[in-house]
Design a binder for this molecule. Structure first.
Ligand SMILES: NC(=O)c1ccc[n+]([C@@H]2O[C@H](COP(=O)([O-])OP(=O)(O)OC[C@H]3O[C@@H](n4cnc5c(N)ncnc54)[C@H](OP(=O)(O)O)[C@@H]3O)[C@@H](O)[C@H]2O)c1
Length: 365
């Protein structure tokens, strides 16, 4: 199998550097190009990558010259950039929208971390273990927009962990979900929060995070439906409500979430049934980044914890624990924890790209 060349937009940031790290020795993909702002363009990657220790920078990236966003999808692509098959995007929202669309229009497959296109009707928002079938939207997207390429997205870093945990509980008829997050500082990017603001502190506000937590899971857990004469498809959102409160805490990596799920009457839900549903959850996605067990159940009373559990399944598994009855009738509460820049960002995007290859949306022959 020939390795596919990939490019990373925002390669110098918190998520971008995680892409570079995770793609080292990837069996299907190899680094083709790194892009960042004009501040970094033209400089060697090792000079501008701030999160890595110099010795941790993969050799294939260290000496690469970072390119300007103007070097991709603008009609003046170099031969090397023409050879890129997949673009991973980890740019801030405003700039991402313009560049991702430009890349998709000029034929690239874009696998994006960014929120800006996630809720658009023809853009797949994917957790492959749950809704790989939603990739069928790609054809509609290309047709409607007249693009040779396309955009797919992965969910918000907190939404991804909670949504994975909700999937096996759907069989018990979810009525409503309440969630309170404790989110790591790497989720805010390198320049995100001054140390004087976050050390010894909790910030009870993360811009637009609660909207994402309350909308994205419903699209992912939704079903594909035919509309009109039957040739058109769209996602019908899952029919329950989510109420969230999101907080930044002084943890480096790994988001922890306290979740309360209220179930419909008479569906037989119990603490034991929920534990079993989590433990039994498997997936038929077997690509290189797919974790053997997407959900790990912690039995210790004080787990999961970010320091102990964020690297479960090489950072691609989520961990659940403290599964117990709530105060309301038919209510179960638990804690879920996931690595925000791996399962919640770069790793999720790489897994999505692998599934694109496996399902034939990108050819690697
Ligand atoms: N961090 C997480 O846990 C996480 C999880 C899921 C999704 N996301 C999303 O992923 C994206 C990146 O987040 P991050 O945390 O990695 O941010 P970050 O650490 O601030 O990195 C931002 C990246 O974008 C580049 N950039 C910034 N402004 C630019 C401009 N005007 N033109 C071109 N490049 C520009 C930066 O390049 P320079 O270094 O040259 O400035 C850097 O490479 C965001 O949309 C975020 O919402 C983040």
């Amino acid at each position: 199998m020939t390795k596919l060349k990939v490019g990373i937009l925002g390669a110098t940031g918190s998520v971008g550097q995680r892409f570079v790290q995770l793609l080292e020795n990837h069996p299907w993909f190899e680094l083709g190009a790194l892009f960042a702002s004009e501040r970094s363009a033209g400089r060697k990657y090792r000079e501008v990558a701030k999160w890595f220790l110099p010795s941790e920078i993969p050799a294939e990236a260290a000496e690469m010259r970072v390119q300007s966003l103007n070097d991709i999808g603008t009609g003046t692509n170099t031969q090397a950039n023409e050879e890129i098959a997949i673009i991973f995007s980890a740019l801030p929202g405003e700039i991402a929208s313009k560049v991702e669309k430009r890349c998709a229009q000029s034929g690239y497959a874009v696998s994006s971390n960014v929120a800006v296109h996630r809720m658009e009707k023809d853009v797949p928002l994917i957790i492959p273990e749950i809704n790989a079938d939603h990739l069928a939207l790609i054809e509609a997207q290309k047709l409607r927009r007249g693009w040779d390429g396309f955009i797919i997205t992965n969910p918000n870093c907190s939404a991804i962990a909670m949504t994975l945990s909700l999937k096996p509980l759907m069989r018990y008829g979810i009525k409503s979900v309440h969630v309170s997050t404790m989110q790591a500082v790497s989720g805010a990017g390198y320049a995100g929060l001054p140390s004087m603001a976050i050390l010894d502190n909790v910030i009870p506000f993360i811009g637009r995070e609660e909207d994402k937590m309350e909308s994205e899971p419903l699209k992912i857990l939704g079903t594909m439906e035919s509309v009109g004469s039957g040739s058109k498809i769209e996602i019908k959102n899952a029919a329950f409500t989510i109420c969230s409160s999101c907080h930044r805490v002084p943890v480096l990596d790994g988001h922890t979430e306290a979740v309360w799920v209220n179930f419909e009457e008479g569906t037989g839900v119990s603490v034991e049934a929920v534990k079993e549903a989590f433990a039994e959850f498997t997936s038929d996605i077997k690509t290189p980044f797919a974790p053997a067990k997407p959900i790990i159940v912690c039995n210790e009373p004080d787990r999961p914890q970010p320091r102990l559990d964020r690297d479960a399944g090489r950072g691609m598994s989520i961990s659940v624990g403290r599964i117990r009855a709530g105060r309301m009738k038919n209510e179960i509460k638990y804690i879920v924890q996931g690595h925000n820049t791996i399962r919640g960002a770069a790793g999720a995007s790489i897994l999505n790209a692998e599934v694109l290859v496996e399902k034939g949306y990108i050819s690697n022959k």
